[in-house]
Design a protein around this ligand. Structure first.
Ligand SMILES: [Zn+2]
Length: 472
């Protein structure tokens, strides 16, 4: 099975060639747990979930690691402003630890509602402080780090490939950074970024702090992903993902730290999910008004409809959010669910061997193996619905239902869970017996059996596709 994935590093689709024969290492940047996730963040986690499910579908075992940022992420990704966790704690009058716990739980609830599989390892940054300190020590040993009175920095001038992921010019980057307040006059280059903040100056009262060779303090944001990913997956590992907003700063810095320290790549393939736009703007959490999954739920939106809405667009295209578009997705999903419910009521046991849908399965797999083409995969799903409506039969109903369940291992629309209650085996067997009598035109026996089914609390409809049973 050839799996093509778009690698931001090379700007082209590449075949996945796992480093280890038995498993694929996947690292996904996790949430900063100082507030609820906005639905734009959730789009990225959905893309990553579809990636993981597709890898599993085509037969790989995936080792999935996600960090939880519970320290060190300042309000600007470029090391300025206040610590987001302390900001959250001040806003809510709680401790930083309580804020981290509360929003970690909120995040886990969100991903459960969206049917996103949880990473095997969720790694809070605060539990990997010693690994981060070790990596910074290594950067000193290899001549890539320096210390000022306020912090420890990565020296970008020592790593010529610094902008290879973003392909920005360092001079453009300088200008960007210069717009912000220069907070450390001892910094050598404006693009140098913090590896460790000391508990001095504006961070003198920072609540979370650990001892280090450079004094008490706390790690910068980027170092946690470098340290955690290589500690748990090795270096290099196969796939590193995040949102496109990670390309210019966060992932650029991760690459610089890890590759400068060890002289080998951090990850083979770098994948990035595009923005969700509202009113033509990127959805950012900087303002206090942002859409969360709970906002959608309060407006009557089923979280799985939001998942379906996201699947309708390719992960590398910008997607504009609107209530109308979400509504359209919801009604599409409702139609699909009605179809599945209908098929679920066809008694099981009528399926036989047939190769007729193998071509459909192949097209679905091809679409997903071609850089996760979810819009194409959904169109294969709708072709199945169409095929059935053209030639309804109990045989086809069972075949199609099983194939839809199989596809749903990738799409995650919870189609298997739809039937409120499965039809009991004895009722299904009665229906099969009755169907045999009908074919023999033994109407009396057929009616007797219908009465038995009804007495047991079920209704039976004869359709072109055979009998449909439902609970009264
Ligand atoms: Zn990260």
């Amino acid at each position: 099975m050839t799996m093509l994935l778009y690698n931001t590093l090379t700007r082209q689709k590449e075949e996945l060639r796992p480093i280890h024969p038995k498993w694929v290492g996947l690292y996904t940047c996790g949430p900063t747990v100082y507030h609820y996730a906005h639905i734009g963040n959730l789009r990225t986690y959905l893309f990553e979930d579809v990636l993981r499910r597709t890898l599993e579908y085509v037969g790989y075992t995936v080792k999935h690691v996600m960090n939880i940022t519970d320290v060190g992420h300042l309000t600007s990704d470029a090391d300025t402003g206040e610590d987001k966790l302390e900001k959250g704690a001040n806003r809510e009058g709680k401790t930083v630890w309580d804020v981290a716990q509360f929003y970690t739980n909120a995040f886990l609830k969100d991903i459960e509602l969206l049917n996103i599989k949880r990473a095997e390892t969720l790694a809070p940054a605060t539990e990997y402080i010693s690994q981060q300190i070790d990596l910074i020590k290594k950067l000193f040993e290899t001549g890539h780090a320096y210390e000022t009175t306020q912090a420890v920095y990565f020296d970008v001038s020592t790593f010529p490939e610094y902008t290879k992921l973003s392909r920005q010019k360092l001079s453009e980057k300088k200008t960007g950074v210069r717009d912000e307040v220069v907070e450390d006059p001892e910094k050598k280059h404006p693009a140098d970024f913090a590896l460790w903040f000391k508990r001095v100056g504006k961070f003198a009262d920072h609540i979370m702090h650990w001892p280090s060779p450079w004094g008490d303090g706390f790690p910068g944001w980027h170092i946690e992903c470098s340290a955690i990913s290589s500690a748990l997956l090795g270096q290099p590992f196969d796939i590193h993902t995040g949102g496109v907003d990670h390309i210019g700063v966060h992932h650029t810095n991760e690459i610089a730290q890890s590759e400068a320290a060890y002289g080998k790549p951090l990850a083979t393939i770098w994948m990035h999910g595009e923005f969700l736009l509202t009113d033509e703007e990127k959805m950012a959490k900087s303002g206090e008004n942002f859409l969360t999954l709970q906002t959608l739920i309060h407006k009557g939106v089923d979280p799985i409809s939001y998942r379906y809405f996201i699947l309708m667009a390719h992960y590398r295209t910008k997607l504009t959010f609107s209530w109308e578009a979400l509504q359209a997705a919801q009604s599409g999903l409702d139609k699909l669910r009605d179809f599945v419910r209908k098929l679920q009521k066809v008694p099981a046991g009528m399926a036989g061997e047939s190769t007729e849908l193998n071509e459909t399965r192949k097209r679905f797999t091809d679409a997903m193996s071609d850089d996760l083409n979810t819009p194409e995969a959904l169109s294969v799903v709708w072709e199945l619905v169409h095929t059935y409506h053209q030639r309804p039969s109990a045989f086809l109903a069972n075949k199609i239902l099983n194939l839809l369940y199989e596809f749903d291992d990738v799409l995650g629309l919870r189609l298997r869970d739809l039937c409120e209650e499965p039809i009991p085996r004895e009722i299904a067997e009665l229906a099969e017996k009755r169907e045999a009598h009908r074919k023999e035109k033994n109407w009396n026996q057929a009616d007797e059996i219908r009465k038995k089914i009804e007495d047991a609390g079920y209704e039976l409809d004869d359709t072109n596709a055979g009998p449909f049973i439902r609970k009264k």
